[in-house]
Design a protein around this ligand. Structure first.
Ligand code: MEZ
Length: 566
């Protein structure tokens, strides 16, 4: 991505502090830049809505890079592209105010600070975890809790992976928060929903674990101060089982911050900017992994290894190689979700399954690679086409809802909600800060804002409110929020985007990686989106966060046990 920003050259000499703003992941960011003579001296972030972890890490790294380079023309912090973009924009704007001269910013320059790769010192460890998203962090914490000495590597500069982008919630059944809110749900109903949503292509044994271990996992997270007791519902679920943070804020940044705090408390050795490039497997047992950071290449000799490298939703070439129909689609995924592990796994004879099952999420934001959470619909929002008509049960499975949007003319939709939904779902406030939301004090005003027919939109909402009152819907929606009657009214334009890759490495119920002949490789485990088979042909909303935490724990625990016994 390239962009140009014109700045004015710095003029006179007195130190100056100027402010600038940029559009971050969570909304507007404001920085102040201290310029002394022609030197950038200091950058402070005055306001932002990024997660505490991303903010804490990325701001310091960006300030260092910009001061070293004396220019905002620096590489993004990998794993925090939106945040980096906003920060650089804001600094550039501030420098403009400080009277810098005509100046070009080009993103994605090659980092001249990067030195040639040399051989580093090999290390030995009980458990190596590859990947620092939700699954990897959970595995690393659990392995440590089970007595192992753990190293976690992450190829990006920041931890979090796709988990950092997760908004909707964590699906679990029979939990304390559900019971407290009289939600009558069981692992069996959760199992049935998941199998049906996956078109029964899921591995039933893995789904059994997913549906039965959620309650424990909610308790385990709560014991670490990660409280997910607000309940919502996401597409394809028949019960309210999406566990969210208080206020309905995005689950991913909250969970990531909590897991990183815990990992740091346990003193886990975390190495970012470090990538696994090869595996040494001897006599069908993992021996070591060759890794590379910015400067060195070395081996980590480990008794057990957990692969938690995520999916390939950001690798559009790989996506198209498995499903040519997805050419041209945008993605909701973070940049690091490139599936680098799959060609390596293939060469090692590891079994990959379901690679062709790639999920498109119905409600990507129409102009940026951003997801508008399914929780908008789960909290009572509806979806209309350009004419202002509902056309599908909004809480159907993602494959069905996406196909219905693509069948509209034009092939897009609007999420519509009212003030009551807005007040209940903190996540939508970040969409407002990003300028994605149109509003109207009346339905007619909203219709005008989105160029829909006011009479049609009014009629749609009146009929929907009647459905809420009678709890029956001609389009088959079975779970409703409240009626949409509280002004103001809101709309967000949405389009389907690539969201989740259901395929990946085949594992058994102990999270052990399987060879093509179904034999497990001793000491090698995998968890999270890198694994194939759990979600079948279509994952349900809220099942990814369940997957990464439940199987993150399982793989970490099994890896620690193996390390102790070997
Ligand atoms: O699980 C998901 O992918 C999810 C709930 C996404 C979302 O719409 O927020």
């Amino acid at each position: 991505m390239k962009f140009l920003i014109i700045l004015l050259l710095l003029g006179a000499c007195a130190p100056k502090e100027q402010t600038g703003t940029g559009p971050g992941f969570g909304g507007k960011m404001e920085v102040s830049v201290l310029v002394d003579g022609d030197k950038i001296k200091q950058i402070k972030v005055l306001n932002h809505n990024e997660s505490a972890y991303v903010g804490g890490k990325a701001f310091a790294l960006l300030e260092k890079r910009i001061i070293e380079r004396q220019s905002p023309e620096v590489d993004n912090i990998s794993g925090a592209s939106f945040t980096s973009f906003a920060y650089k924009m804001a600094v550039a704007e501030a420098l403009g105010k400080a009277k810098f001269g005509e100046y070009k910013i080009t993103v994605n320059t090659k980092d001249p600070l990067q030195s040639a790769i040399t051989n580093g010192t090999n290390i030995m460890v009980d458990v190596l975890v590859i990947g620092g998203g939700g699954a990897g962090l959970t595995a690393a914490i659990t392995a440590t809790e089970n007595g192992s000495d753990v190293v976690l590597i992450e190829k990006m500069s920041l931890l979090g992976g796709n988990t950092l982008y997760a908004t909707g919630g964590l699906n679990a059944a029979g939990t304390i928060p559900q019971k407290a809110q009289n939600i009558d749900d069981t692992p069996q109903i959760f199992y049935d929903d998941t199998m049906k949503g996956g078109q029964n292509k899921n591995d039933p044994q893995l789904v059994k674990i997913l549906s039965e271990e959620g309650s424990n996992t909610i308790d385990w997270l709560a014991s670490k101060g990660i409280d997910l007791s607000k309940m919502s519902i996401l597409g394809g679920s028949s019960k309210k089982r999406a566990h969210q943070p208080e206020g309905g804020y995005a689950v991913g940044p909250y969970l990531t911050d909590g897991l990183i705090t815990e990992a740091n408390k346990l003193g886990i050795d975390i190495r970012t900017d470090t990538k696994a490039i090869n595996f040494d497997i001897q006599n069908n047992q993992i021996n070591s992994v060759v890794v590379e950071d910015k400067n060195t290449r070395y081996s980590i000799v480990a008794k057990a290894v957990v692969i938690a490298t995520g999916g390939f939703g950001a690798n559009l070439d790989m996506i198209v190689s498995y499903n040519p129909k997805l050419k041209g689609f945008k993605t909701s995924n973070q940049k690091g979700a490139t599936g680098d592990i799959f060609p390596i796994a293939n060469k090692l004879g590891i079994q990959l399954k379901d690679m062709e099952y790639i999920q498109i999420h119905p409600t990507g934001e129409a102009t940026r690679s951003l997801l508008i959470t399914e929780a908008v619909r789960g909290s009572g929002g509806i979806m209309v086409n350009q004419e202002g008509q509902r056309f599908i049960n909004e809480l159907g499975t993602r494959d069905v809802v996406s196909a219905a949007i693509l069948a509209q003319n034009p092939a897009k939709a609007y999420l519509i909600y009212d003030e009551q939904v807005r007040n209940n779902l903190g996540a939508v406030k970040s969409y407002e800060k990003l300028g994605l939301v149109k509003s109207g004090k009346t339905i007619a005003e909203l219709a005008k804002a989105i160029k829909a027919d006011p009479t049609v939109l009014q009629d749609t909402i009146t009929k929907y409110n009647e459905s809420v009152a009678s709890q029956t819907d001609p389009l088959g929606r079975a779970i409703f929020g409240k009626t949409l009657t509280e002004a103001s009214y809101y709309a967000i334009a949405v389009l389907p985007v690539i969201h989740h890759t259901m395929g990946g490495i085949a594992v058994n119920t102990n999270s052990q990686v399987l060879l093509k002949n179904n034999t497990p490789i001793k000491g090698l485990y995998a968890a999270g989106e890198v694994v194939g088979g759990i979600h079948g042909a279509n994952r349900l909303g809220g099942n990814a966060v369940a997957d990464i935490t439940i199987f993150g724990r399982r793989s970490g625990e099994r890896a620690a046990k193996f390390a102790q016994e070997n």
